[in-house]
Design a protein around this ligand. Structure first.
Ligand code: PLP
Length: 391
């Protein structure tokens, strides 16, 4: 396959070569079951615990507070389901209208089971009103779940302040931090959250492995039941190779966080500023400052993102119009419409998300082709009545 110019790191990331290297023994000679009594299997336990310690270090947790799961979606679902089970009688959830579908769709399901859900609105920059959040908490609120950073816009939420509000009201708090590792420091002790979700494929480890941080002494009832794995908190034979991969990726995320905040941020800023200054009728979506250093979401007036993405794809450029989990849906992004964009404006937005593997050359390549694509599409767009051909 010819070179891929990858600008969709919020959808998934390249598995780091160091992570592959760490995993290989567990996909070849060390293939036993960690629950077996004989050494060939049981010796794997120490590798799982080693990975758990590395994952804990990434977020400043204790190793025992880390439970490995199959993905971010499972961790999100588990946090909400658990809150309802350990708080019988409490049937209200507070979340936001811009969460990932792993939270939104679980909440929609819970509504059919008799729960009430408050989906908090955001402003045009994608920010929450914390007074409104505080007022939304009720005596029957089981949990507040607010994402750490939005996957479509990169907008960062003030989780420490949100957790303090929840603490003062004695309500459990969960944050979906799936987009954050390696980009912004995560310190669960400082944040003081009860639950936190991560997914390994967003930080250069494989798909199909995630974790849920469960604060010490917080009541927990497993969501997936069966064997005694993960100290009875998450049944199912451990995905040893992927757990080891997650551990190695966690170490690398710590090592690379400065690069992500300097070199990658500078690449992102050059890409973003050049697009906004050289292509007319473009708009940055979401707060400029309180944002992940790798993410840009840009609105292009008079064109459909789907058409832009198709032409980019023909040049080997991967980008997206929002969450990969909603690709194929004709509805405009719920995140962008929650920020007040009209459906037509939302359909013109493209998300470009970088990683430590992006280079100046990638940015040059994108910037060499994007303006031509936009003007070509605008020249034939029925939405563009300002264009001479369409007047
Ligand atoms: N939460 C957020 C914010 C995400 O961006 C994603 C993935 O796109 C998920 C949850 C789901 O993670 P996973 O793909 O591991 O299920």
């Amino acid at each position: 396959m010819s070179k891929v110019y990858y600008f969709d790191n919020n959808a998934t990331t390249r598995v780091a070569p160091e992570v592959v290297e760490a995993m290989v023994p567990f996909l070849s000679e060390l293939w036993g079951n960690p629950s077996s009594a004989y050494q060939f299997g049981s010796q794997l336990g120490k590798h799982i615990e080693n990975a758990r310690a590395k994952a804990a270090a990434l977020i400043n947790a204790e190793p025992k507070e880390i439970t490995f799961t199959s993905c971010g979606t499972e961790s999100d679902n588990t946090a909400l389901q658990n809150a309802l089970v350990v708080n019988p009688g409490k049937r209200h959830i507070v979340t936001t209208g811009v969460e990932h579908s792993a939270i939104i769709n679980q909440c929609e399901f819970l509504k059919t089971q008799g729960c009430e859900v408050t989906f908090l609105p955001v402003d045009s920059q994608g920010r929450l009103d914390l007074h409104l959040l505080e007022r939304s908490i009720r005596p029957d609120t089981a949990i507040v779940s607010v994402m750490f950073a939005n996957n479509e816009t990169g907008v960062i939420f003030p989780i420490k302040e949100i957790a303090a509000i929840c603490r003062s009201q004695k309500v459990l708090v969960h944050t979906d931090a799936t987009q954050v590792p390696g980009k912004v420091k995560i310190d669960v002790k400082d944040l003081d959250v009860d639950f936190l979700t991560l997914s390994a494929h967003k930080f250069h480890a494989p798909k199909g492995i995630g974790l849920l941080y469960i604060k010490r002494r917080v009541k927990f009832q497993p969501y997936i039941m069966g064997g005694h794995q993960e100290r009875g908190r998450r049944a199912g034979t451990e995905n040893v190779a992927s757990i080891v991969g997650l551990g190695r990726a966690a170490e690398l995320a710590v090592e690379h966080i400065n690069d992500e905040n300097t070199r990658v941020r500078a690449l992102r800023d050059r890409m973003e500023e050049t697009i906004l200054h050289t292509i007319p009728d473009t708009l940055l979506i979401g707060a400029k400052e309180e944002r992940l250093p790798n993410t840009s979401n840009i609105g292009f007036q008079y064109v459909e993102a789907e058409a832009i993405l198709m032409l980019l794809d023909q040049l080997g450029i991967c980008a997206s119009s929002g969450s990969a989990c909603t690709t194929g849906s004709l509805a405009p992004s719920h995140v962008l419409t929650a920020m007040g964009l009209t459906p037509m404006q939302a359909r013109g937005c493209v998300r470009l998300s970088l990683s430590r593997y992006n280079t100046e050359e990638d940015i040059d390549y994108l910037l060499a082709h994007l303006p031509g694509i936009i003007s070509r599409l605008r020249s034939i767009s029925p939405l563009n009545t300002a264009h001479p051909d369409n007047a």
